[in-house]
Design a protein around this ligand. Structure first.
Ligand code: AIR
Length: 426
């Protein structure tokens, strides 16, 4: 059993592993770096992640162009230009390319061929190849394994009969995930026994490809956001310890409570991913920590990540500034953690209960609301960062915030929360 320690070490984020630059994937138009303000950064997707990239880009003097099907998406309130069209609209892809000096994306559920279309004339960072891999759970696992990264045991299955066979081979409990699409727990299911497998309706697994994963005894989930420049320089943010509720990220705590060796291993893996996949830009590696202290890669998100939101308030460079710096080829130093902290997500159901003025009376509270027009119980509407002089002070703040939003007791990992970690995406 792992010991829970909560060391505060601002040195953890400075990794000393030497970086060997790899040949970069080729785009038709070679990038002239650095791309300086007032150049325009194009962003595919205009949700909260896009909005926070735009805000940082704007602060640094850049212009921004956002492409999102929703004309009222959060980023549209800040961007210089919004192209509101479906993600499969080739003409929209061309308009974005023409209006931008460099392009990035903040959402994986976009048609990679649209991204390839943009790549014909402009650099998209990270590019379409890592997007294709991250979009497809089978490919992602295969590519990770091929490159020597540890993952959970899994089977690939198409249709109900194969899914059932795979579950029986892997053994109960197992996690069934659709091979493509799905985020924030969408498209994922845990089956505990024969009975729950029988209850899988024909509709659930009738068609399409699935990845059936062994359900492992998790200690916790951690994630590392990393950024890589085109010259091969890599920086990593401190390890975040994640807790999920109902398959959605509930909170991230930094520093993580897992031992330093485990954190160093997580950082080593995250750096390895950046190198092996030649990522330019920001990518988050989500990892499981087993009860024995083994670190396994769960998923890759080639974009800023919900578990990295704490960097806005608790680090001297945020994951969103890191996007701007990495894709524009600006210098990027290793981020420093300035304060222990935790990030608590605000879903629609939480916002209904939250008394904002009362929350803001607390010291060390940073409220972020995304301005989404429509609230739904499980939709991410905002988040709160809790800062403190010590991990204990942060913990006390988290308890108060959780009580205010009806999410008491998240610190103690229940079997439900650990289960949720394996079927989450952030
Ligand atoms: N996002 C992207 N992948 C996972 C998440 N959570 C962010 C992006 C995207 C937004 O969530 O910023 O644009 C979509 O949120 P919603 O609530 O419209 O589904």
């Amino acid at each position: 059993m792992l010991q829970r320690t909560r060391p505060f070490s601002s040195r953890l984020d400075v990794e000393q592993i030497p970086v060997v630059p790899k040949r970069l994937h080729s785009n038709s138009e070679p990038m002239r770096l650095p791309i300086l303000p007032p150049a325009a950064i194009g962003i595919v997707g205009g949700g909260q992640l896009g909005m926070m990239i735009v805000r940082e880009a704007q602060r640094m003097g850049y212009r921004s162009v956002v492409w999102d099907p929703d004309p009222q998406c959060p980023a549209s309130r800040l961007a210089d230009q919004t192209i509101s069209a479906s993600f499969s609209d080739v003409a929209a892809a061309e308009r974005l390319a023409a209006a931008s000096d460099v392009v990035t994306y903040e959402f994986e559920n976009v048609d990679p061929s649209a991204i390839e279309h943009i790549e014909r004339s402009k650099s998209v960072l990270p590019g379409s190849s890592i997007l294709r891999i991250a979009q497809h759970r089978r490919e992602e696992k295969e590519e990770l394994r091929r490159r020597g990264f540890p993952t959970v045991a899994y089977h690939v299955a198409t249709g109900k009969d194969e899914v059932e066979k795979a579950v029986r081979e892997i053994g109960f409990p197992a996690v069934i995930k659709t091979a493509t699409s799905g985020y924030d727990g969408k498209g994922q299911l845990v089956v505990h026994d024969e009975k729950s497998l029988d209850q899988l309706s024909r509709h659930d697994t009738a068609s399409g490809e699935f990845v059936v994963e062994q359900f492992i005894d998790l200690h916790c989930e951690v994630s590392v956001v990393a950024a890589r420049r085109s010259d091969g320089t890599i920086i990593t943010f401190p390890v975040g310890e994640n807790l999920h509720r109902e398959n959605i990220l509930h909170r991230t705590t930094v520093p993580a409570s897992v031992p330093l060796e485990v954190q160093q291993e997580a950082i080593r893996i995250a750096r390895g991913v950046m190198e092996e996949f030649s990522v330019i830009g920001v990518l988050c590696t989500e990892m499981f920590v087993t009860r024995e202290g083994k670190v396994l890669v769960n998923e890759l998100a080639p974009r800023p990540h919900n578990s990295g939101h704490y960097t806005l308030d608790a680090c001297d460079i945020s994951q969103f500034e890191a996007v701007v710096r990495a894709v524009c080829g600006l210098p990027i130093a290793s981020p420093r953690l300035l304060s222990p902290c935790a990030m608590v997500n605000l879903l629609g159901k939480h916002l209904e209960r939250l008394d904002v003025p009362t929350a803001l009376k607390m010291r060390g509270i940073k409220l972020h609301l995304y301005g989404k027009k429509e609230s739904r119980p499980k939709r991410k509407m905002g988040h709160i960062t809790i800062l403190g002089y010590s991990a204990e002070e942060v913990e006390r703040g988290v308890r108060i915030v959780e009580t205010m939003i009806g999410e008491e007791d998240s610190m103690r990992p229940t079997s439900e929360s650990v289960t949720a970690a394996q079927v989450n995406v952030g």
